[in-house]
Design a protein around this ligand. Structure first.
Ligand code: ATP
Ligand code: MG
Length: 420
C-alpha cells in the first residue's frame, strides 16, 4: 500500500506547532476581550452564495481559490475561504443585528485552493475581529489598535509595520473607477489576462495583482487621493489623527487595496519583511455596504483577519506545558492503586503521567524524556505502610512519604522548595 499522505497544501499541527497556534489565539482572544469583543464560531462550510457575491466574482478567491462542491443532496457548498462573510451571514440569520453594535472575535481554519509555499497553504488558520454597526472612525481606530496590541503582545510588534490607505466612499470610488478605466484601457496590451477581465468589472482589483506586468502598469496609475470627496477625506483624516493619538505608527500606501470587493474607506495591512513574499500577517478594513448586500439592514462594519501560520512563524517558542509528575507502579499489584492515585492527584491539579509498562529503569527513562520534575514510586511494601517513595528527578534524592502528606510534598517540590 502507498503510504498515506496529507492532502497537498494541508499540514498537521504537531504538538510544537499546535502550541504556537494556541499562543497566537490565546493572546488575540485576551486582547480582544479588553476591547469588549466576544467570541463567535460559524460553520466551516456555507452555501456557496454566502461567499461568492460578497467576496466578488473577480477576486482571486472566488475566481480560482474556493473549495466548492455539491454535497450528497446536490446542495452547492463551499469551505470558507475567509470568515467575514460567514460572520455577517450568522448575525443576520440569528437576528443578532438587532443588538448592534457587535464586537466579534473568531479563530479557525480557512480553505483556499492556492499554490502551496512558505506561509501559504490550502488549509490555513485565521484569527479575526468584526465590529459591526459603528459608522464612526473610532471603530476603525480601535480595530487597528487592537491588531497592533495583539502583535505587541506576541512580541512581533517590532518586526511588522502598518500600511494604511483609504478606498473612499462609494461616490469617490465611482469617480476613481472611471479614471482607472481610462488609464488602464490605454495600457491594456501590457495587462495580464486576469487584469483585462478586472478592467471591465473592478479595475481597483488590478492593484492587488501579483503579476509583475500588472504591477508595472499600476505604478503610474492615477492616485485615489485625487478623487476622494471631502467626506471621504475627512473620514480618513480622523482615522489618522486617532492612530497618531494612540501612537500607532503607519505608512500611507496609496496602492493598498484589499483582496475582497466589499471594502470602503479604511484599508490596512500589517506587513513584515521577515517572511519573504508572504509578508502580510494581518489585513482588514471597513466594509460599510456588506451587511445590506447580504440581506441585512444597512449596518456598517470594520474588521481584520490575520494568518495564524504566519504569526506562529514570527513568535518566540512558547513555554512548554507544565512539567509533569511521573507515577511509577512497581509490580502488578500496584497498577490499580496507581490509576486511582493518579486520578486523586490530578483532582488536586497535578499533571500526572502514568508509566504504563516496562521495568523501573525504563519507566524512569520515560519520566526523564517527558521532563518530569518528580517521580512517585509505588511499591507493595510502601503501599502496605500507606506510603510511597518520592524522588526528586532534579537532584536524584528520594525519601518515603506518607500518602496523606504526598500532595503537600509534591507542591513544595513543584514550587522549587527543598523537601529532602
Ligand atoms: P495574500 O496577499 O498573501 O494572498 P490575502 O489578501 O489573500 O493575502 P486575506 O484574505 O486578507 O489575505 O487574509 C488575511 C490574512 O490571512 C493574510 O494576511 C495572511 O496572513 C493569511 N492568509 C491568507 N491566505 C493564506 C494562505 N493561503 N495560507 C496562509 N495564510 C493565509
Ligand atoms: Mg490571497
Amino acid at each position: 500500500m502507498r503510504p498515506l499522505q496529507p492532502v497537498r497544501g494541508t499540514q498537521d499541527l504537531l504538538p510544537e506547532a499546535a502550541r504556537r497556534h494556541r499562543r497566537v489565539i490565546d493572546a488575540a482572544r485576551a486582547a480582544a476581550e479588553l476591547y469588549g469583543f466576544v467570541e463567535i464560531a460559524t460553520p466551516i462550510f456555507e452555501f456557496t452564495e454566502v461567499f461568492a457575491r460578497p467576496i466578488g466574482e473577480h477576486t482571486d478567491i472566488v475566481a480560482k481559490e474556493m473549495y466548492t462542491f455539491a454535497d450528497r443532496s446536490g446542495e452547492e457548498v463551499t469551505l470558507r475561504p475567509e470568515n467575514t462573510a460567514g460572520v455577517v451571514r450568522a448575525v443576520i440569520s440569528s437576528g443578532l443585528v438587532q443588538s448592534a453594535p457587535l464586537k466579534l472575535f473568531y479563530s479557525g481554519p480557512m480553505f483556499r485552493y492556492e499554490r502551496p509555499q512558505k506561509g501559504r497553504f490550502r488549509q490555513f488558520h485565521q484569527i479575526g475581529v468584526e465590529l459591526i454597526g459603528v459608522a464612526q472612525p473610532q471603530a476603525d481606530i480601535e480595530v487597528i489598535a487592537l491588531g497592533s496590541r495583539i502583535l505587541n503582545a506576541l512580541g512581533v510588534g517590532e518586526r511588522v509595520h502598518l500600511e494604511l490607505n483609504t478606498l473612499g466612499d462609494p461616490v469617490s470610488r465611482a469617480a476613481y473607477r472611471e479614471a482607472l478605466v481610462s488609464y488602464f484601457s490605454a495600457h491594456v496590451a501590457e495587462l495580464s489576462e486576469d487584469s483585462r477581465r478586472r478592467l471591465e468589472r473592478n479595475p481597483l482589483r488590478i492593484f492587488d495583482s501579483k503579476e509583475e506586468t500588472d504591477q508595472r502598469v499600476a505604478r503610474d496609475a492615477p492616485a485615489f487621493a485625487d478623487y476622494l470627496n471631502p467626506e471621504s477625506r475627512e473620514f480618513f483624516d480622523r482615522v489618522r489623527v486617532g492612530l497618531d493619538r494612540l501612537s500607532v505608527n503607519y505608512r500611507l500606501n496609496p496602492r493598498l487595496v484589499r483582496g475582497l470587493d466589499y471594502y470602503t474607506h479604511t484599508a490596512f495591512e500589517f506587513v513584515t519583511t521577515d517572511l519573504g513574499a508572504q509578508g502580510t500577517v494581518m489585513g482588514g478594513g471597513r466594509y460599510d455596504g456588506l451587511v445590506e448586500m447580504m440581506g441585512g439592514p444597512a449596518l456598517p462594519g470594520v474588521g481584520w483577519a490575520a494568518g495564524i501560520e504566519r504569526l506562529a512563524m514570527l513568535i518566540e517558542e512558547p513555554l512548554p506545558p507544565p512539567s509533569p509528575v511521573a507515577l511509577v507502579p512497581i509490580g502488578e499489584a500496584c497498577e490499580a492503586h496507581a490509576l486511582k492515585l493518579a486520578e486523586d492527584l490530578r483532582g488536586r491539579g497535578f499533571t500526572i503521567d502514568l508509566g504504563y509498562s516496562g521495568n523501573l529503569a525504563r519507566r524512569l527513562r520515560r519520566a526523564n524524556r517527558i521532563n518530569a520534575f518528580a517521580a512517585i514510586l509505588l511499591g507493595d511494601d510502601e503501599l502496605a505502610r500507606g506510603a510511597v517513595t518520592l524522588r526528586n528527578l532534579g537532584s536524584g534524592e528520594q525519601s518515603e512519604v506518607p500518602l496523606a502528606e504526598l500532595p503537600a510534598r509534591l507542591q513544595s517540590l513543584a514550587d522549587g522548595q527543598i523537601v529532602f
